[in-house]
Design a protein around this ligand. Structure first.
Ligand code: PGA
Length: 265
């Protein structure tokens, strides 16, 4: 399959359970100041904790329009619009804040909080219903990789999700390949191996949707991405950007990765 890049790259910050409102605003103000003259074809996304979403969106609204303006997204959401779900946040609540992007199926949600494939499917369905852009994560554990199961794991995590998206003709989604063993470990995947996984995902999209949709879909790599390795991932033909955890907490490092994405070719 032809994989030549015609896709807008994405640099996404997954802050996980980090940063207060004040820290969020301080980060975004530094970012906007530094990006004032930046030009280029790039989408920047920041996923703060729920408590800082309002501060982030309000601060951004108050700032003048920039060419590169981050989208603020949520790290998770419930699938129902409202109800007796103590501690949960609904798509309606996010949309009220102007949030249109949501990470779904992150391995920390799957492994620490027990999110099952059925739950993830319901959340993707909610994202479709609310016309949000889900960033859907998938990736194998070290044990699964050692057993040569990477592709079968990716297929099992993504097949039903992609089939659901296809049944709604919903193309507004992003996939993030995040091998569990590379997340937060400082040991990133090798770029060519990450590309193999992303190419496999693209082929799966191609077989379920069409080759054209596969060519248009953005697939990110995540897992110990930092300024020293980001360029190598971006140079791979099937990798369209990064979902970045630890290294995205530093405004300096995040900016460096934005600059890399603006100039990597
Ligand atoms: P990491 O996290 O960059 O700290 O490895 C990535 C992620 O979990 O999305």
């Amino acid at each position: 399959m032809e994989t030549q890049r015609k896709r807008t790259p994405i640099v996404a910050a997954n802050w996980k359970m980090n940063k207060t409102c004040a820290e969020t605003v301080s980060f975004i103000s530094k970012l906007l100041y530094e990006l004032e003259d930046a030009r280029g074809n790039l989408e920047v996304m920041i996923f703060p904790p729920f408590t800082a979403l309002r501060s982030a969106t309000t601060y951004l609204e108050s700032e003048k329009k920039l060419n590169i303006r981050p989208f603020i997204g949520a790290q998770n959401m419930h699938w129902e619009d409202s109800g007796a779900f103590t501690g949960e946040i609904s798509p309606l609540m996010l949309k009220e804040l102007g949030i249109r992007h949501v990470i779904l199926g992150h391995s920390e949600r799957r492994n620490i909080f027990g999110e099952t494939p059925e739950v993830i499917l319901k959340k993707v369905e909610a994202a479709i219903r609310h016309e949000m852009t889900p960033i859907i994560c998938a990736g194998e554990s070290l044990e699964q990789r050692k057993k040569g199961e990477t592709e079968s794991v990716l297929k099992s995590q993504l097949y039903d999700v992609l089939t659901l998206l296809k049944s709604h003709e919903y193309l507004n989604f992003v996939i993030a390949y995040e091998p569990v063993w590379a997340i937060g470990t400082g040991v990133a995947a090798k770029p060519d191996e990450a590309n193999d996984a992303c190419r496999f995902i693209r082929a799966l999209i191609g077989s379920l949707f069409s080759p054209e949709v596969a060519l248009k879909t953005r697939i990110l790599y995540g897992g110990s991405v930092d300024p020293s390795n980001f360029r190598d991932f971006l140079l791979e033909p099937d990798i369209d950007g990064g979902l970045i955890g630890s290294a995205s907490l530093s405004p300096e490092k995040f900016l460096e990765m934005i600059r890399i994405a603006l100039n990597y070719e």
